[in-house]
Design a binder for this molecule. Structure first.
Ligand code: GLU
Length: 472
């Protein structure tokens, strides 16, 4: 009988949750949810120097935001120190480790003199040093044989033991290293599948040797997820690339779009339909279908996927999601509802909604210089167009103020101002520029007639007059 699937996401709180670790977390979650297994969370916070405890909150918050719910309470690796020390005792008693007092410089100098390969040369292996302060404990890697595993992403993997150095398990200060805690905890927690980033590939043979030496049960399988790279095919870096999950949330990405996009890194659904609900991805995702080659994290494609998810929302849902991003004030629901579908068609992120609707909440739109130059300074017949618009719109009754009526009035104003084509028809695109800038402060935005309709008669006339006044 095979044991029920149990996987874990094991982040180290050394940085904010970034897209690479979220990619691994997602692969664990998708696997567990599809097969009805458990998805556990273990915070690997044993490296006191690199650890930043305040980042744990960010990791949990971002996993919650993404909807990657875990089972049970998060486990803190630092609470398990005694278990790790007991495991070290077991290794010492079994002579699986030996004490070593070499410094890195000693090892380097010997390697240089011998013209040999880098890495530890086994100098202390048979010296019989007593373990003690200042002495590391190194694992006695077998000279022969191979250590291998079944990797769901990469197939059968195997390393020659002769190529592995006698690696450090416990530092000279008595602190067990990540490798030991990691391998011990997985076995102790009954983890059946270890799904993690490619950067751990070289750790896996050591991990397995440790588990064997401790008499622990190995996981059934591993999956080493592909590395994520940027456009230059370089590993994503915190310095160079925008990688923190929080920055995407704050930039107006939907969590379901982020999950959808992350799933597509290194994987594609068999039917080729890439943009889809997360529930469908749970059913379709197979680690065996993940491509081990580095995957390009493409912000443009992420935007595209996000835009598709935004469009798939109901109007109410779209407005509810957009509301927290309306930092300058929230227009009336009535006004928003009229513009929502138009906005929904155009935005790629929720932060793009505000510049489309903020003309409804500001007292006076702020006109940026480029827009002013483009539509007013360089526009044709601008004073005439503004004057004619004021006259035509002023003639409309407040209760007749609809998008259609407004459009007609602006069309008539264009003719009054001489903005006509060869057939005598109003040149609406030219006519709209100065009006739009007067009302919204920008040259681009939502359809103008609807915008004027929701802005209302009084504010529309006041803004047109004020802009006309600025022209003198
Ligand atoms: N704590 C490790 C890291 O954040 C992950 C280890 C693992 O998943 O096995 O890179």
């Amino acid at each position: 009988m095979t044991s029920p699937v149990r996987v874990r996401f094991a982040p180290s709180p050394t940085g904010y949750l970034h897209v690479g670790s979220a990619h691994s977390a997602l692969a664990n979650w998708l696997f567990a949810r599809r097969v009805g297994g458990e998805f556990l969370l273990r915070i690997e916070d044993t490296d006191a120097e690199r650890n930043r405890p305040e980042l744990v909150d960010n990791i949990l918050e971002m996993l919650r935001w993404l909807g990657l719910d875990w089972d049970g309470e998060p486990i803190r690796q630092s609470d398990r120190g005694e278990l790790h020390l007991a495991a070290v005792e077991t290794l010492v008693a079994a002579h699986a480790v030996y004490a070593c007092d070499c410094t890195a410089e000693d090892v380097q100098a010997r390697n240089k003199a011998a013209g040999g390969k880098p890495g530890y040369d086994g100098f202390c292996r048979d010296r019989g040093l007593e373990p003690g302060p200042g002495r590391a404990l190194r694992f006695r890697v077998p000279d022969e044989g191979r250590t291998g595993w079944d990797d769901l992403v990469r197939g059968e993997m195997s390393f020659a033991n002769a190529d592995l150095e006698d690696f450090v398990v416990v530092r000279g200060n008595g602190k067990p290293l990540f490798l030991l805690a990691n391998a011990y905890d997985d076995a102790d927690m009954g983890i059946t599948h270890v799904i993690r980033g490619e950067d751990h590939l070289n750790n896996t043979p050591k991990y397995l040797l440790l588990q064997d030496a401790l008499g622990l049960t190995r996981p059934e399988a591993f999956a080493h997820m592909p590395l994520l790279v940027n456009e230059q095919r370089k590993k994503l870096s915190k310095r160079r690339d925008d990688v923190s999950m929080a920055s995407y949330r704050d930039a107006g990405y939907l969590p379901e779009a982020m999950v959808n996009y992350l799933a597509l890194l290194g994987w594609g659904p068999p039917d080729g339909i890439e943009v889809r609900p997360v529930s469908e991805i749970v059913d379709l995702y197979r680690l065996e279908d993940v491509n081990p080659s580095p995957a390009f994290f493409d912000p443009k494609k992420l935007s595209f996927v996000n835009a598709e998810h935004l469009r798939a929302l109901s109007t109410d849902e779209f407005l509810a999601r957009a509301e927290p991003f309306l930092t300058r004030g929230v227009p009336s629901m009535e006004a928003l509802r009229v513009l929502a579908t138009e906005a929904q068609e155009r935005v790629r992120t929720l932060t793009e909604v505000e510049p489309m609707v903020d003309f409804l909440v500001v007292d006076e739109p702020e006109v940026d210089e480029d827009s002013w130059t483009k539509a007013i300074t360089k526009g044709k017949q601008v004073p005439e167009m503004l004057d004619a618009s004021i006259t035509r719109l002023d003639a409309l009754a407040a209760d007749a103020w609809t998008a259609e009526v407004v459009q007609e009035a602006i069309g008539a104003a264009a003719i009054d101002a001489g903005l006509v084509n060869a057939e005598g028809k109003p040149q609406l695109s030219k006519a709209q520029g100065p009006v739009r800038v007067a009302l919204t402060g920008r040259t681009v935005g939502l359809p103008l007639w609807e915008s004027i309709a929701v802005l209302g008669r009084d504010r529309t006339l006041a803004r047109l007059r004020s802009t006309r006044g600025r022209l003198g």
